[in-house]
Write a protein that binds this ligand. Structure first.
Ligand SMILES: [Zn+2]
Length: 288
C-alpha cells in the first residue's frame, strides 16, 4: 500500500468514527489532489450519515443500499457547472442553498457533496459561507477541493478540514530544525523548553505558519503509524517519537490546534499574543 493509500484508510476510519459518535461537522472540506479518492471518501461519509443501522455504514439497511447505488434522494452531488460556465457558479450555490431549506425526503439528514470547490470564485464562496454559518440542523456539506489555498479563510474557519495533500517541497534546513526542536520541546518534561522554542516565532510570522503546517503533518503521520501502518514519512524520527509517547487523542488534538493556530497566523494576529497562545494551546492538547 502506498503512503497516500495508508493515509486514506486511516482518514476513512477516523472520519467514520466521528460520524458514528454523532460528532460529524455540518461543514467539511476534503483536500485531495486525487478527485476520485476524495469523492470515494465523501460518498462513504454521506452513506454513513443516511444509514439507519448501528455500525454506520452498515451496508445492509435500505438507505445504505440506495446510497451505494448512488440513488439516495437525500444525497446530492454537484460540481456546480452550468450550460454557460465550467466554474462552480454563484447561481449554482444559490440554488443549492434554496434546496437545502427543504426538509429531507427519506433520511433524517441531507448531504451535499460539492465537487471542485477550487472552481468556486469569491462570490460563490461567500454565498456558500452564508449557509455554512447557520445551516439547517439536518444539512451536511462536504466540499471537495484539490487546493485548500483556493478557499477563502472565512470559509476555512467554518469547516473541519481533512487533508490528503502531501507537502514535501521547499522545506529549508531552518524549518527542518524547527520541527525537530518543537517535537523535542513538546515531549520534554521541562515546560520551559516549549516556551523557549515558541519565542523563536515572535518576530517571524511566516516561519510560525510554516512550522505549524509541517508539525500538523508530522502529528497526522504519527496517527498513521499508531494505526499500524508504515510510510515514507518526511520526519520519520519525530513521527516515531510522537507515536510512542502520545495517545491518539492527544495527536488528534495537536492536529486541530496546529490548524487553528495556522489560521490565526494568516489573520496576522498580534505576534506576541500568538506565541503565548501557541505555547498554551500545544501544552493543553497533550494534557499538561
Ligand atoms: Zn445502513
Amino acid at each position: 500500500m502506498s503512503e497516500t493509500e495508508n493515509k486514506f484508510e486511516v482518514l476513512c476510519e477516523s472520519v467514520l468514527k466521528t460520524v458514528n459518535e454523532g460528532a460529524f461537522s455540518h461543514g467539511t472540506l476534503l483536500e485531495c489532489e486525487d478527485e476520485e479518492q476524495s469523492l470515494r471518501l465523501a460518498r462513504l461519509i454521506a452513506n454513513a450519515l443516511v444509514c439507519t443501522g448501528k455500525n454506520k455504514p452498515c451496508g445492509e439497511c435500505a438507505a445504505c443500499r440506495k446510497a451505494m447505488g448512488n440513488n439516495h434522494p437525500d444525497i446530492c452531488e454537484t460540481d456546480g457547472r452550468t450550460k454557460k460556465s465550467d466554474a462552480f457558479t454563484v447561481d449554482s450555490v444559490r440554488e443549492i442553498r434554496g434546496n437545502a431549506f427543504i426538509v429531507p425526503n427519506e433520511a433524517n439528514v441531507k448531504v451535499y457533496i460539492l465537487k471542485n470547490g477550487q472552481n468556486m470564485n469569491e462570490q460563490a464562496q461567500n454565498a456558500i459561507l452564508k449557509i455554512l454559518e447557520e445551516p439547517p440542523s439536518y444539512v451536511y456539506f462536504i466540499i471537495l477541493t484539490s487546493q485548500k489555498s483556493k478557499m477563502l479563510e472565512t470559509v476555512l474557519s467554518r469547516v473541519s478540514v481533512y487533508s490528503l495533500a502531501v507537502s514535501n517541497q521547499n522545506i529549508t534546513d531552518e524549518e527542518k530544525e524547527c520541527v525537530r526542536e518543537l517535537t523535542a520541546a513538546i515531549l520534554s518534561p521541562n515546560e520551559l523548553k516549549l516556551m523557549e522554542h515558541t519565542s523563536k516565532y515572535i518576530k517571524n510570522n511566516r516561519l510560525a505558519g510554516k512550522i505549524l503546517e509541517l508539525f500538523s503533518t508530522v502529528c497526522r503521520d504519527a496517527l498513521v503509524q499508531k494505526s499500524g501502518f508504515s510510510g515514507d514519512f518526511l520526519f520519520p524520527q519525530e513521527v516515531s517519537a510522537l507515536c510512542g509517547s502520545l495517545t491518539a487523542k492527544s495527536l488528534m488534538r495537536l492536529v486541530e490546534v496546529c490548524n487553528d493556530l495556522g489560521l490565526s497566523v494568516k489573520r496576522n494576529i498580534n505576534n506576541n499574543l500568538l506565541t503565548v497562545r501557541m505555547c498554551y494551546e500545544l501544552k493543553r492538547a497533550i494534557g499538561r
